[in-house]
Design a protein around this ligand. Sequence first.
Ligand SMILES: Cc1ncc(COP(=O)(O)O)c(C=O)c1O
Length: 369
Amino acid sequence: MRITFAEIDLNALRQNFQLAKKATNGKGVISIVKANAYGHGIIQVSKTLVEEGTNYLGVGFLEEGLLLRRRGFTIPILVLGGVLFSQVRQFLKNDLEITISSLGLAYSVNRQAEKFGSKAKIHLKFDTGMNRIGINHTKAKFVISKIKTLKNIELVGIYSHLAVSEEVDSDYTKLQVERFEQIKKDAEEVGVEPNFYHIANSGGLVNNQNSVFNLVRTGLMLYGISPVQEKSETLDLKPVMAFKSKVVFLKEVDEGEGISYGLTFHTKQKTKIATIPVGYGDGYTRLLSNKSEVLIRGKRFPVVGTICMDQFMVDVGLDSEVQIGDEVVLYGKQGDEEISIQEIADLAGTIPYEITCWLARRVPRVYKK
Ligand SMILES: Cc1ncc(COP(=O)(O)O)c(C=O)c1O
């Protein structure tokens, strides 16, 4: 196996799921496993979450749902993204729940389901302020009353999505939740009672208990990353992914030597430079060049020079005991030290979601049970 790998701690995933479940106070959980379970591996992660008792799996688009069905998952699956009419047949054939963001699509789905002699399971998506997909919240009463008349549609859920769930005490989240409450009232007034109402993602769950209706869609926190930076200490989430490699080359370099493409780093004194066989082709972004640190022998060392496609360099100092073959942790724990995915995201100027999603296919995932 390749000496570079991502270690995926399934026990940590289990603990994080139970923590999220507990925070819902007995409500249901849709575990979000889109984008290959945020880079962690959709099959292993989904299996583990089903064992832990997730009520649903949530994916981004049709093909992710089809993959799960092909691999034998029988649990309810909600596809969160927008849908085109040409895809509806596949949803029906594979018992995948459809996000409906327009009345027109609902009519088409109804007709298609009638042709099949089946009932389409749908979740009506309302836009309460994110302006991505969804029916405008002000149209809820009219739309729900029309949906009620469609005989081949089972309205399983009504949902929405928060735009700033990571902000503590956000007035905007309060406004979105109020709008969603109103949609619930509208549905009740026209005599419609879906099984589920859901608006909260991880941030919503952690920051705003009012946003917890009877189902919560958690992604990030399952993977052990705090959705709310201010609460990362108190939440006790366990990071699931660690990124590891080994030193493959080591050499002494004189003072004033330039390192890597573009010679963006020059040594300030004589030192030892270690080469690590990982690069942006693996998802260790070039944006970390001359910024991030790695762990070797339980200590932090700086990444120096530009990160290449398959390799990067680390200044380990002239007196260090670092040897070829030593383990290198790009993020994760080593001894008493830890580099968090949040730290890497901050240095790269992005969010932790993108860091784990960036992990390339060519990096083997090793599952720790
Ligand atoms: C519609 C929807 N719901 C839930 C989630 C999960 O969000 P989080 O990972 O912040 O919990 C996402 C993620 O992007 C999403 O797009």
